[in-house]
Design a protein around this ligand. Sequence first.
Ligand code: NAD
Length: 300
Amino acid sequence: SARILDGRMIGRAIRNRIKTDVAELSELASATPGLAVILIGDDPASRVYVTNKMKACADVGIRSTLIEYPKDVPAEALIQSIERLNDDPTIHGILVQLPLPPHHDVRAVLHAISIEKDVDGFHLYNVGGLVVGDTIFSPCTPFGVMKILDHARIPVEGRNVTIVGASNIVGKPMALMMMRRDATVAVCHAKTRDLAQYTILADILVVAAGVPNLILPQMVRTGAVVIDVGINRLPDGRLVGDVDFEGVSRKASFITPVPGGVGPMTVTMLLVNTLSAARRFVEQTHGPIPAPVHPEDITQ
Ligand code: NAD
């Protein structure tokens, strides 16, 4: 049966190392990495995510500031607030918690963030950078998936990777990151005919659809690596992924659990990106600084 890829454990190890690098940077350049989190409206799930991210920052010594707006905040006020943060030398990363309340123009808001502070990696520059291979920041969830694979020494080059889900925040950037590592990539979505035809080919199957039990054992090749990004709340309150964990565990070689797989890695990669942003800022304003203690953690 499959070995568990424990995102909590991998994330904890990376966070411990980040803590050292954050402390060192603070000492070296008296620059404590700073993250601004913008929360618009009163979606309870978004509030939970924001609280978790800020707590994770505090645990590694990153300063974080929460800026809240009611759901009907005018677009100009929001953009102005982002521009102030762009100019604030104590803020190195800016994160706008998604989804935004319906009438907001998500692209306009995300594009107001300076590319140097775009720690979620959602600005067009960073999205485009994934295609040509020079991003400043990679989006946290697919970046976390790559780190899980690297940590378990699972090779990507030349392998068949099937991604189920084609969203802008997970599926599409995941596909680009896998291509950059020379995988052969198939991307499936809600309109894909005969999903199993693609999933069965996968050496590495990444699932981010938001549909419980979408992936059943008969859809998975024996020995495949299965990464379950999905987070679904069942009516009975249980949290599950998109993969039939019990069944698929019997066929896969490696599998991520939900919770405790990709989720903790997403938050960890936000910390990684914020540290990178602060290091970049210090280098641009004070000149070169020594390499981080663990350069592999912040390497994309
Ligand atoms: P989304 O709703 O934006 O996109 C879902 C994608 O899945 C779409 O491309 C859609 O076409 C596809 N899809 C839907 N039903 C399908 C089906 N039956 N067969 C094949 N494809 C199907 O969602 P998202 O924001 O990309 O998130 C996907 C899931 O991942 C959600 O459960 C979300 O909660 C979770 N998520 C987890 C993390 C994490 O940190 N672990 C981060 C982001 C999202």
